[in-house]
Structure formats: C-alpha cells, structure tokens
Write a protein that binds this ligand. Structure first.
Ligand code: IPM
Ligand code: MN
Length: 345
C-alpha cells in the first residue's frame, strides 16, 4: 500500500498554528489506503535560543529521508535578522537543491483585492531558488564606519539558469495558454540579464508551441496590477521572484492565500512546501492566522507526490469555502475545520 513520509517543520510564530490545520486537511483528504507518517522537527527560534543551533547536519540527514517537507514559517524578532532565514530556511532550499520555487496565483472568489471582479487571473511564478543574490556571496569592509563598503553579488550560472528556464517551459507547455514570460532587468543588469535572455531564447527553440514574452521587472510590477491576465507562466530570478510573488499574493486575494513549493524536480532530494507568508509574530497565538495558504501548499505537495485528484479537491474546497464565507471573522481552527469537512465530504 502507498505511504507518505512527511517531515514537518512548524517553525516560528503562526507557523505552528497553520501547519496544524494543513495536517488536518491532509489527513482528511488522503484515501484510506495511504499511510501518512509524519515526523515533527523542532527547528526555529526556540531551538536557536535553547541550543544555538539552526539546522544541525544530523537533522538535515534525517529530513532527507522523507518524501516531502511541510514548513510553517521561519523568523522571530528575538533572533537577529538573517540568522534563521539563512541558517535554516535558505540552508534547506540550498541543501535540497530546490531550484524551482513554484508560486501559483489565482484570483479566488470573495476576497478583498484591488482586482476583485476582474477576468480570471491564473498564473504561476517559477522563481529560481538556489542562485541570484541569495547565495550569500558578498561581504563588507570597514563595517559600521562611515567608510563602509558592502557587496552582495548575484550569482548566475548557465547550468542554474537553464534548468529553471527549462522547467518553466515544461510547465507552460502543459497549460492551455502555453505562454511563458521572462522577467529580468537586462537593460541594467547586462551580464546576468543577457545570459538569462540568451538561455531563455535558446531553450525556447525546443518548445515551438510556447508563446514567449520578456518584461523588465519594474514594468512587470505595473502589469501585475493593471493587466494580470496577460500572465500564464513567469520565470525569473530568486530576488525578483521573491518580490513579485508578494505583489502577486496581495493583488489576488492576500498573502493569507499564497502557497508555494520549493521543488527539486529531479527527485534527488525531498521538496518542501510552505506558505509564502512569514511567521507574523504580531498575531501568533491569537487564532487570527489564515491557514489557507498552508492548506493550499499541502495541495501543491500532494500534486508533486502524484495525488492530483486530492490536490484538486483541496483547491476546490478552498474556492467553495471562500465563496461561502460570511463577513464574520473566523479563527484559524474554524477555517481548518471547514476545509477538512469539505475535502472529506
Ligand atoms: C519567502 C521569504 C524568504 C525569501 C525569506 C524569509 C528568506 O521572504 O519565502 O519569500 O526571501 O525567500
Ligand atoms: Mn518573500
């Protein structure tokens, strides 16, 4: 019989609360014959305060022995900025070679968005996940003095760009509209920008059915707001993708609905699924966090593991739940219960 070995990293702040709902819905949607084995990892701010560790090698090894990872959120104001982000979250993305950071956006019903009532918005950002300015390739001289100099070098390899661009073409080719937009800034970032564009054009020759487009990232932000329906699949670098996907979330229903998958398409390492939002320490423990983004991340996880019908059930449940919701605010738990009931029923 089938089984899913799932590593769970609730993490910080609202991470704990939203992950609990994600697991609730996962359990409810899985067929009886699928055995779900979860192992929870105590990683994040609490662990760092207690032991000084962010992600020890043994934990990394142990995490690797899973089919997938579900992560809540990482980051806490009591920990210096960057310690957990680099030492835990980015370390996982790099160690498990999550070169495709998949961030879909759909305009969900009944959400407060500046774009409500617009034609269907349904696009997916393929954000490069292992290179760009995220590699930690930088430094500072005369730190803290008025003469300080700091660099943060964006690393782009032909190997890294080509593999993510090819993945994006594959995804575009599999969608009805078959349109792929490269977003970069090659009028200023001429070295990396031209390399991305050249590779994009070269790989495109293998996908004659895919219509292509190029936008500078600043122009893309305008179109995200004024003409989001022009997008189908977008491929872009790590930092541009980070910024664009927050904007995408904001205009398509809010960050509380935005799901993501950090994917290693080769299957060499487990992929990791997490809401796009952060740990929201200001509302942690209040029951106000919306677990929908985590639940939708569980749908991405299921699709990745070959449970497409179950993934679709979750996405339909979310749409129906948003459609049916009233004006009264609901707690994290209530939303999780409602979604679990819908996927089970
Ligand atoms: C995200 C987050 C992370 C990123 C941070 C927390 C390192 O903003 O997942 O989008 O920049 O990738
Ligand atoms: Mn981000």
């Amino acid at each position: 019989s089938r089984s899913i070995r799932l590593a769970v990293i609730p993490g910080d702040g609202i991470g704990q609360e939203v992950v609990a709902q994600g697991l609730k819905v996962l359990t409810a949607v899985l067929p009886q014959d699928v055995k779900l084995e979860t192992k929870e990892y105590d990683l994040g701010a609490r662990r760092w305060h207690a032991t000084g560790e962010t992600l020890p090698d043994e934990e990394l090894e142990s995490l690797k022995q899973h089919d997938a990872l579900l992560l809540g959120a990482i980051g806490d104001p009591s920990v210096p900025s960057g310690v957990l982000e680099r030492g835990l979250l980015l370390k996982l993305r790099f160690a498990f070679d999550h070169f495709v950071n998949l961030r879909p956006s759909k305009l969900f019903p009944n959400t407060s968005t500046p774009l409500a009532g617009r034609p269907d918005i349904d696009f997916v950002v393929v954000r490069e996940g292992t290179e760009g300015p995220y590699t930690g390739n930088g430094g500072s001289l005369r730190t803290g003095t008025p003469a300080e100099v700091a660099t943060e070098v964006s690393l782009n390899t032909a190997y890294g760009v080509e593999r993510v661009v090819r993945d994006a073409y594959e995804r575009a080719n599999a969608r009805p509209r078959k349109k792929l937009t490269l977003v970069h800034k090659n009028n200023v970032l001429v070295y990396a920008g031209h390399m991305w564009k050249n590779i994009f054009d070269k790989v495109g020759q293998e996908y004659p059915e895919v219509t292509t487009d190029y936008l500078h990232v600043d122009a893309a932000t305008i179109f995200f707001v004024t003409q989001p329906e022009r997008f189908d699949v977008i491929v872009t670098d790590n930092l541009f993708g980070d910024i664009l996907t927050d904007l995408a979330a904001a205009v398509t229903g809010g960050i509380g609905l935005a799901a993501s998958g950090n994917i290693n398409p080769t299957g060499e390492f487990p992929s990791m699924f997490e809401p796009v939002h952060g740990s929201a320490p200001d509302i942690a423990g209040t029951g106000k966090a919306d677990p929908t983004a985590t639940v939708l991340s569980v749908a991405l996880l299921l699709r990745h593991l070959g449970y497409a019908p179950q993934a679709a059930r979750i996405e339909e449940a979310v749409a129906a739940d948003l459609e049916a919701r009233g004006d009264a605010p609901r707690t994290t738990d209530e939303i999780g219960d409602a979604l679990a009931a819908r996927v089970a029923g």
